[in-house]
Design a protein around this ligand. Structure first.
Ligand code: NAP
Length: 315
C-alpha cells in the first residue's frame, strides 16, 4: 500500500498581472533537500517586491507560474540532511527566495533564525526584509553610531520605520521624510526631525547629513547628494540613475553604496534580540487572512500603509 503524499496550499499565479491573478491551489507538500528545512508558515509578509514580481515590472522569479513571498514566520516541521542548529518544532522567522505565500515552504536552514517567544508570528513575518535591509545599510555599510546625522526617505514604510528605530537604537540623530499624516507615528518611534516631502522640497529643509538611506529611488538619489556633508554616504535600496558615476560621486567628496537584503541567520539572530524586548517594535498596518492575498496587494499598492502588511495562514 502506498501512502499518499501530504498536501499543502500555495497562493500562486499563472500570468503576470494585477492582484486578481493570484490563485489559491493545492500542491504536494515540498520535501526539504540536504541543508534545508520545511517550515509550516504561520504568517508571511507582503512587500513591494511581491507586487513587482506579480505584475512583471521586476523579473524576480522569471516567467509564471511562481509563488510569491519572501518574509515568513512559522514552525520547522522537518529538517533535511546535514542541518545543524534547527530541529522540528522550532519557531523561526526568515527570508526565503520566494514561495513563502504558502502553508509550507522549504529553504536553506541558514535563511532562518529562532523567533523570540515574546514576538508573535505576525510581527515576526514583518521583520526579515525590513530589518535586514536596515541592518545591512545602517550597521554593516554605514556604521552609524551615537550622534550620526541620518536621513531616511520613505520613513513610514516597512523598511523606513525599521530603519528609523534601528538608527535610534544606535544613538543616531534621525531625520525622516514622509507625508504629514505619518509624522506622529514616526515621532513615537523616535524620529528627531521630519519633513513632509509631499509639501516641502527636502533638499532645502535638510542639510549636513552624514548617512542617507534612499527607499524611494528615481530623482531622490541625485537630489539627496545635495543634503550630504563632505564624505557623507548615500545608501540606495532602490536602484536608480544617480546621474553620476560612483567615481564622480567620490570626486565630489561623497560616498555611495547600494544595499540588497540578503538572508543571514547571524544577522537575524541579532535582530531577534532587538525585537524580543521591544527595543524595536515593528508596526503591522494590516494582517489579512491568507485567502485575501489579493486584498493585501491592493492595500499595499494604494499607498499610505504604515509599517508592514502580513498574511495570516489558517491553522
Ligand atoms: N534593496 C533591497 O534589498 C530592498 C529591500 C526592501 C525594499 N526595497 C525597496 O525599498 C522601497 C521601500 O520598501 P518598503 O518595503 O519600505 O515599502 P512600503 O512599505 O510599501 O513603503 C513605501 C514607502 O515609500 C513611500 N513612497 C512611495 N512612493 C513615494 C514617492 N514617490 N515619494 C516619496 N515617498 C514615496 C510611501 O509613502 P506613502 O505611503 O505615503 O505614499 C511609503 O512610506 C521599495 O521600492 C522596495 O522595493 C529594497
Amino acid at each position: 500500500m502506498t501512502t499518499a503524499q501530504p498536501r499543502t496550499q500555495v497562493m500562486t499565479q499563472h500570468r503576470f498581472g494585477g492582484p486578481e491573478v493570484l490563485t489559491l491551489e493545492e500542491r504536494p507538500r515540498p520535501v526539504p533537500a540536504a541543508g534545508e528545512v520545511l517550515v509550516r508558515v504561520r504568517a508571511a509578509g507582503v512587500g513591494p517586491e511581491d507586487g513587482q514580481a506579480r505584475s512583471g515590472s521586476a523579473p524576480v522569479y522569471g516567467e509564471p507560474p511562481f509563488t510569491l513571498g519572501r518574509d515568513v514566520s512559522g514552525v520547522v516541521e522537518e529538517v533535511g540532511a546535514e542541518v545543524v542548529g534547527l530541529r522540528a518544532g522550532d519557531e523561526v522567522f526568515g527570508l526565503v527566495d520566494g514561495g513563502g505565500h504558502a502553508l509550507h515552504v522549504t529553504a536553506p536552514a541558514g535563511h532562518f533564525a529562532v523567533k523570540p517567544s515574546t514576538l508573535d508570528h505576525v510581527r515576526a513575518a514583518a521583520a526579515p526584509t525590513a530589518m535586514l535591509t536596515a541592518w545591512q545599510a545602517l550597521i554593516d555599510i554605514a556604521r552609524v553610531g551615537p550622534g550620526t546625522r541620518v536621513l531616511i526617505h520613505a520613513a513610514a514604510g516597512g523598511v523606513g520605520h525599521a530603519a528609523v528605530q534601528l538608527a535610534k537604537a544606535e544613538g543616531a540623530y534621525v531625520i525622516g521624510t514622509a507625508r504629514a499624516d505619518d509624522h506622529a507615528f514616526l515621532r513615537d518611534l523616535g524620529a528627531d526631525e521630519l519633513v513632509d516631502d509631499t509639501a516641502t522640497d527636502f533638499t532645502t529643509a535638510v542639510h549636513d547629513v552624514e548617512v542617507a538611506l534612499d527607499l524611494v529611488g528615481g530623482a531622490y538619489g541625485p537630489r539627496t547628494l545635495g543634503t550630504l556633508r563632505p564624505k557623507g554616504l548615500l545608501v540606495c535600496a532602490v536602484p536608480g540613475d544617480l546621474g553620476l558615476a560612483p567615481e564622480e560621486v567620490e570626486a565630489r567628496g561623497m560616498r555611495f553604496a547600494i544595499v540588497q537584503a540578503e538572508p543571514s541567520a547571524d544577522r537575524l539572530t541579532k535582530i531577534a534580540a532587538l525585537l524580543a524586548d521591544d527595543r524595536i517594535r515593528l508596526h503591522v498596518d494590516a494582517a489579512l487572512p491568507f485567502a485575501e492575498a489579493a486584498e493585501a496587494h491592493e492595500l499595499g499598492e494604494a499607498g499610505g500603509v504604515k509599517g508592514g502588511l502580513v498574511l495570516v495562514m489558517p491553522d
